[in-house]
Design a protein. Structure first.
Length: 589
């Protein structure tokens, strides 16, 4: 709009000038070097304007001709720069979408078009990191450190790569260098974390002061971290008791609701004989948060006191916390130590009514054993303690501990431990566990003896199948020590196991042997199969009378369907020993 108005104004000015000159006609005479030029004023003005315009046009043309090469080079440079930035834009999009191959291709094109520009190096480093090329990423970040404007970014990238490959020394050195260059960036926090992981409490305190001065962390966080660092220093400063007490008390003043600092300060003061200050510190923290370490220090603040005095302090602590479990546990322990078993049972009963945890069950087991001497009930409560809900503990990064530590054992992070109930294992509840939790176990009653039941006479027992079957004997056979005349054939009892089925020829032979009375014969052969087996009596030794051996019936074996039979061909299928028939035993491979 402004340009249109300006154009209209200029047109109006020229029109007014033309009208003004036309209204005032006149002649213009020029004498120069013998030449005389006479014309009107209007024509002279038109000629002058045309000459001026032509001069301007010619000047611009000459200027364009003279500046042509430089302008062409500038044009090409601008065009390459535009293409390079377009490649960088496409590469950033590829990095954002996780396309490592395209990101690397765009980074190569951008480097070809723009050279070692900062954005080109950044894109190359990101593409290398995305594709897992650690050396390529480190090379790009080192190139960044050579330029002033990208030095901090290069140090950050090298720090990340050092952490990725687990080189803690190199990562710490890079963090220190970056902290000296720009103390108000990520480097201060990274250096603080490394100092805490290495238990460099003095260096961590100095770094914390710099972070607080640069306003990188708020005041509440600064006080908490300082309290934790001072507590850690006091825990490790065993050679200087006074310094340890000073640091622990300062930590307690910075964080009154921090149980480790309060318990440490109270314990150190109690060891020095200042019980009143120790109890005051515990009472201040107990009003904000309860903890078993505080109760332990408070009850045993004077080691030489009697159990009754310790019980009084336990009652006082429990009254301050009301129905809090930690106060009830402290009271129950002090009451058991003082043999006030009724008071202990009342406190444990409140615990079991609220939440029967493992510590409550253990206290109940101890109480049952001391009061009644019942090992059974004590074991029952011990068994319940194994399956009871877990008590609170110090938990950090999935690790639970009974004792507090200033840093996490997994990540090395400061003040990572939190007093809470650990995550319980998720598993189905066993039926035995539910049965044990129902109440006292009743003794089992003695089982009444069962009357034997005779099998029916017409019962048909199945034929047993075994890897190495043994054929049962049809009758009892006499031993070697019995005389041949007394050998009898007893009838099979009803309760005798069922015999395997025999062939028809074998059954006939068996009935023939049963019908014939037993006689003392020196040699007798019974043909039960195509390969008869003869049994000869043992030769009498000198001075002894020969003993007649009874005749033993040999029956073919009933093998299982999958039994391959005897191996080796020349070995007999059955072996007769002492008038009894046993299958030849072979190892099963």
């Amino acid at each position: 709009m402004v340009r249109v108005l300006l154009y209209l104004v200029l047109v109006g000015i020229f029109a007014c000038a033309a009208v003004w000159i036309a209204d005032r006609p006149g002649d213009l005479v020029i004498n120069w070097q013998g030449y005389r030029i006479e014309t009107s004023v209007s024509f002279a003005a038109v000629v002058i304007a045309a000459v001026a315009i032509t001069t301007v046009i010619l000047w611009n043309v000459m200027r364009w001709i003279l500046a042509g090469p430089e302008a062409f080079a500038l044009f090409r440079r601008n065009r390459r720069r535009a293409k390079g930035y377009e490649a960088i834009a496409r590469g950033v999009v590829a990095v954002g979408t996780g396309d490592a191959k395209r990101a690397g291709r765009e980074a190569s094109e951008a480097r070809k078009l723009l050279g070692r520009e900062p954005l080109t190096l950044v894109l190359a480093a990101q593409a290398a990191q995305l594709s897992g090329d650690g050396p390529g990423a480190e090379a790009a970040f080192r190139a960044m450190t050579e330029r002033t404007e990208t030095r901090s970014l290069g140090l950050r990238g090298l720090f990340v790569e050092a952490e990725r490959r687990g080189d803690r020394a190199a990562a710490k050195a890079l963090a220190e260098e970056a902290a000296r260059l720009t103390p108000d960036t990520w480097a201060g926090q990274a250096l603080f974390d490394y100092q805490c992981a290495e238990h460099d409490w003095a260096g961590a305190l100095q770094t914390l002061d710099r972070l607080s001065a640069n306003r990188l962390i708020d005041k509440a966080d600064t006080r908490r971290r300082r309290a934790v660092l001072l507590t850690a220093q006091a825990m490790e400063d065993g050679g200087d008791p006074q310094g340890a007490v000073k640091r622990a008390r300062e930590a307690h003043s910075l964080a009154p609701d921090f149980p480790p600092s309060a318990a440490l300060a109270a314990r150190l003061l109690a060891e020095q004989g200042d019980a009143k200050k120790a109890m005051k510190i515990v009472e201040t923290t107990w009003a904000k948060t309860t903890h078993p370490d505080l109760a332990e220090v408070y009850v045993h603040v004077r080691p030489g006191d009697s159990a009754r005095d310790k019980l009084k302090r336990g009652r006082s602590l429990s009254e301050r916390s009301g129905e809090d479990p930690e106060g009830l546990i402290a009271l129950a322990r002090a009451a058991i130590a003082a043999r006030e078993l009724g008071e202990a049972r009342a406190a444990i009963g409140k615990l079991l009514g609220a939440r029967p945890t493992a510590r409550a069950c253990l206290l109940m087991a101890e109480l049952e054993e001391i009061e009644h001497g019942e090992q059974g009930r004590a074991r029952e409560w011990l068994g319940r303690a194994l399956r009871a809900p877990r008590d609170p503990a110090w938990v950090a990064d999935g690790v639970s501990s009974e004792a507090w530590a200033p840093v996490s054992p997994v990540t090395g992070k400061l003040d990572a431990f939190v007093w809470k109930i650990p995550v319980e294992e998720s598993r189905p509840r066993l039926a035995a566990e539910a049965w044990l939790d129902q109440g006292p176990v009743e003794p089992l009653r003695a089982l009444e003896p069962l009357e034997p039941v005779a099998p029916p006479s017409n019962a048909i027992a199945p034929v047993p199948v075994a890897p190495v079957p043994v054929a049962p004997l049809p009758r009892e056979m006499p031993t070697l020590s019995e005389p041949a005349a007394e050998a009898k054939t007893p009838e099979p009892a009803k309760s005798q196991p069922a015999k395997p089925a025999l062939a028809k020829t074998d059954v006939a032979k068996t009935e023939a042997v049963k019908a014939e009375p037993a006689k003392a014969a020196p040699v007798e052969t019974v043909k039960a199969d195509p390969s008869p087996v003869e049994k000869t009596p043992a030769k009498p030794e000198s001075g002894r009378k020969p003993v007649a051996r009874p005749t033993a019936a040999v029956f073919p074996l009933s093998r299982a369907p999958d039994d391959p039979g005897p191996q080796g061909g020349g070995e007999p299928a059955d072996t007769v020993t002492g008038g009894q028939s046993f299958p030849a035993q072979r190892p099963n491979y």
